[in-house]
Design a protein around this ligand. Structure first.
Ligand SMILES: NC(=O)c1ccc[n+]([C@@H]2O[C@H](COP(=O)([O-])OP(=O)(O)OC[C@H]3O[C@@H](n4cnc5c(N)ncnc54)[C@H](OP(=O)(O)O)[C@@H]3O)[C@@H](O)[C@H]2O)c1
Length: 428
């Protein structure tokens, strides 16, 4: 049996699990690969202190691994951008295939990495960079390749989804739900990139490039996180028959691509609303076949290692073609013209005529009001003289929704504290 010789840098949560699986001489893996997947060298700056494994050469200088002529595939699992990029490009220049789980690396330097891999006729696997153990990249690169993708909508950050689920199901405040996620190991001690939307936006940029054949460009992703979401909005969403999820979204219309990631209301009847706790899901809608949905664990050592190992099997078979991100007719849209129905929550003075004034403002902007909730329950506001009003509007794009929000808070009767979210419909 032929042998594929593997060099691995980074033996933390994911790398440690990948190393253990490879060193267990897993017959399932080797028979899937049709060859022996052999871990020959590890790069770990703490040396043997990083992981207790026998029978494998461990180097403290990670550059030794990419320079090793006895390695066929380089697996990058250190995370971060700069060193990872240096190691990956050196590995490709040294004739090694590359497998990585690093969304920050791919969303930042994917174009250069893919170009170099193509020039060198080498394979690059990055399945684990989006949705962990759920093979969504494979779906786009292979399973759906005969179809034109119209749009995708996904829950791609397990930490955010866990927090939102806890708020929705148990009435937890954001900070309580975040602490719980950290205690359960579902959020990092510094969760900034998860809760401010960066992580999901990086993943969305990778998916968009594959779905629509455009070069990776993170600067074209508009995003916000769940860090300013309040329990009161989840409660109003429930009352309206929705839940709030952090939705990464990509769409192509007239060859113009828009990519975003924002807290978004989804109907309780939709599949995405059912995705609870730390799970991930992605709905991909294609011309001709409609929607297909992928659901599963988006993180954690075992699921993520599963995706890395699947890439290694594909590399051994020579089946990971380099992504073609150069459909010349497709370009990023300069502005997000996509229209969504909207949820607005305003805090207004509790006095006659206010609702009429707000309604007039919507009418002047040609925006319909589909639903309006005003509760007399003053406890919902810290200010005894103000009450929350929730409006569900007809469809409007982000720029127009922002303009209307600004006009609303310019009214004397409306507080500055206004929240506005998209409402996703899967019936496009
Ligand atoms: N964890 C998940 O569930 C998950 C899911 C999907 C994708 N990923 C991706 O998988 C990759 C690894 O994640 P992880 O959770 O396994 O991270 P981790 O537990 O922090 O492990 C990272 C490993 O890389 C090493 N490392 C980091 N920076 C280094 C540097 N500058 N020089 C030398 N070694 C360095 C660390 O060594 P030290 O111990 O010496 O610091 C550690 O062994 C990341 O790209 C991440 O985004 C992770």
């Amino acid at each position: 049996m032929e042998t594929i010789r593997i060099g691995l840098c980074g033996v933390g949560n994911v790398g440690g699990e990948v190393a253990r699986r490879l060193l267990s001489h897993d017959s399932l893996l080797n028979s899937a690969a049709g060859t022996e997947l052999k871990l020959v060298q590890i790069g770990a700056r703490k040396g043997k202190g990083a992981i207790s494994l026998d029978n494998v050469d461990i180097r403290t200088d990670l550059r030794d691994v990419v320079a090793n002529p006895d390695i066929d595939v380089f697996v990058e699992l250190i995370g971060g951008v700069d060193l990872a990029y240096e190691l990956v490009t050196d590995a490709l220049n040294n004739g090694k295939h590359v497998v990585t789980a690093n969304k920050a690396l791919i969303s930042t330097h994917g174009n250069e990495i893919f170009k170099l891999a193509k020039e060198k006729n080498l394979q690059i696997g990055f399945e684990a960079s989006v949705a962990g153990g759920t093979p969504v990249i494979k779906a786009l690169r292979e399973g759906l390749v005969a179809n034109e993708v119209s749009w995708f909508a996904g829950i791609l950050n397990g930490t955010s989804n866990y927090i939102l689920s806890d708020m929705q199901m148990n009435g937890a405040q954001f900070s309580e739900a975040l602490s719980k996620a950290q205690n359960l190991g579902l959020a990092e001690s510094d969760p900034t990139l998860d809760i401010n939307g960066t992580d999901a936006a990086q993943k969305a940029s990778i998916l968009a490039s594959l779905a629509f054949g455009v070069p990776l460009d993170f600067s074209n992703v508009s995003f916000t996180g769940i860090d300013e979401l309040e329990l009161i909005d989840l409660n109003f969403a429930t009352e309206l028959g929705y839940t709030i999820k952090h939705i990464a979204y990509g769409e192509i219309e007239n060859s113009e691509v828009t990519v975003s990631a924002h807290p978004t209301l989804v109907s309780n009847e939709s599949i995405l609303s059912q995705v609870g706790k730390e799970m991930n899901a992605l709905e991909i809608n294609c011309k001709g076949i409609g929607s297909t949905v992928y659901y599963g664990p988006g993180a954690g050592p075992s699921p993520t290692a599963s995706a890395v190992l699947a890439d290694l099997v594909d590399v051994s078979k020579g089946s990971l073609a380099c992504p073609e991100l150069n459909k010349e007719s497709n370009v990023y849209s300069k502005e997000d013209k996509k229209v969504f129905a909207r949820y607005f929550r305003l805090l207004v003075k509790d006095e006659p005529g206010v609702i009429a004034k707000i309604s007039s403002l919507f009418a002047e902007n040609n925006l319909s009001i589909e639903a309006l909730i005003q509760h007399e329950d003053r406890n919902k506001s810290d200010d005894i003289n103000k009450v929350p009003v929730v409006i569900v509007s007809g469809p409007v794009n982000d720029a127009s929704a922002d303009k209307i929000s600004k006009s609303l808070i310019d009214l004397d009767e409306v507080d500055q504290h206004l929240k506005q979210y998209r409402i996703h419909s899967d019936k496009k």
